[in-house]
Design a protein around this ligand. Sequence first.
Ligand SMILES: Nc1ncnc2c1ncn2[C@@H]1O[C@H](COP(=O)(O)OP(=O)(O)O)[C@@H](O)[C@H]1O
Ligand SMILES: [Mg+2]
Length: 495
Amino acid sequence: MEPQDPSSLDRLAFSDELFHRMTEGFVLQNHKGEITYFNDATLKILGLTQEELLGVKSTDTMWRTIREDGTPFPGEEHPASVALKTRTSVSEVRMGIYLKSDELRWITINASPTTEGVIVTFRDITQLKNSETQLRKVSERFEFVQSTLKFGIWDWDYVNNKLEWDDFQYKLYGIPKEKFLGAYEAFESTLRGDEGPRVTAELQATFERQGDFATSFNSLNQTTGAPTTIGAAAKCFYNAEGKIQRLVGANWDITEQKRNEEKLIQASKMSSLGEMASGIAHEINNPLTIIQGMAFIIGRLSESEHPEKKEKIAELTAKIGNTVQRIAKIIQALRTFSRNDEADPEDKISVQQVVDETLELCQERMKSHNIELRLPPIPNATILGHGAGLSQCLLNLLNNAHDAILDSESPWIEIKVESDDKNVRIKITDSGNGIPKSVAESLFTPFFTTKAIGSGTGLGLSITKGIIEKHKGTISLDRSCPNTCFVIELPLHRE
Ligand SMILES: Nc1ncnc2c1ncn2[C@@H]1O[C@H](COP(=O)(O)OP(=O)(O)O)[C@@H](O)[C@H]1O
Ligand SMILES: [Mg+2]
């Protein structure tokens, strides 16, 4: 039966069990505002009995009601009262009601005036309200974390190539919201140099192993034009066939961090140079003494007219030439070493040359401390990378070896290079008897040192590890060796 005239509803209701089946509360109030009819859902939602409810008004003191902002909701302002007074409908008003048990229940109310009074319907929205509160709390927490840690969130529907950004992302990349294309290409177009193909390749590799994604890349802020280094991490979602469906990720600015890392590496280079200063003075002083001695002899010889003396002079001048060249080499090695070639493109580098240049900087110092240098022939091997960085790695290892065996009997250091068809291994072994486990565990931790304050920075090995990993290689302590042996492994470059 379809009730047409609202005024006849109260009569119809008694004969219609429809109202009792509803999950919504249904209430009729007369012109005085007294409750004359209600359905079962009403009793259930309000936690009341028939006796408790019949005849009660909205203004009754038994109601303990609040608004969404937590302030009291007076009976004169309840939707039923307003509809009665103003003769107009009121819809979707939210109200909190304390039950007898003190439990707070939330309802949303509609009230329409009839000729005899008012019809009120309402639904229980406690669950919805709770999830809203929960959601609000979570997003408040999230916003706090996001604004403190400064990261943006992206959501990439891979199948349809739809990319969504949150507000922070627009700032990070310098793309105005209204100009954002909403696809991967929008992000890709901000990348500098060869970063685009590299990131794409890294993504493909991630999808192939069905893992999660993490990387960093150089981007150009599209508003300010400032080069920005950005870190990225993402959770990848795959379907049952293992095909990538969606990625949810975060981006954050690591420009400053990168700059500091570079500064740290440069600082540690300078500090290892400092560590070697006396050694380098020695490296240069020896050949200079040789030159000085020879110049003296030449001076004496030039006073004579003998032809064989002239020959002798020629021989000595040649030696001076060689010795000067040796000094030039040392200076060249120093130059290469102290350059910051981080930003340069990768170069083809011969392992032999890196070892030679590094030795230029420290072999005299070893000699002066009676350290025997063992240098088996080095096989032909080329790698791709940065010469100065690799030289710094070797020097760090050689300096550590030097420090460890300085006061021991018949000390030696061996540099041995081996290669197979994929990798080259550079093994630096010293005559020490290995490193105790407790020390070995922290070797590569930044600032870990067992040396006296002022003589060790504790950065050598951690920076070495960083540089080697940038070259896609590994460094480890070979614990099977009875002496102390560090092994650097790097991928070979093949034409
Ligand atoms: N060849 C080695 N023999 C013994 N101990 C070593 C050797 N190389 C490194 N270590 C240990 O590792 C620590 C960390 O080395 P490193 O990172 O280069 O910092 P630092 O040399 O400034 O102490 C050293 O203090 C030392 O205890
Ligand atoms: Mg060191």
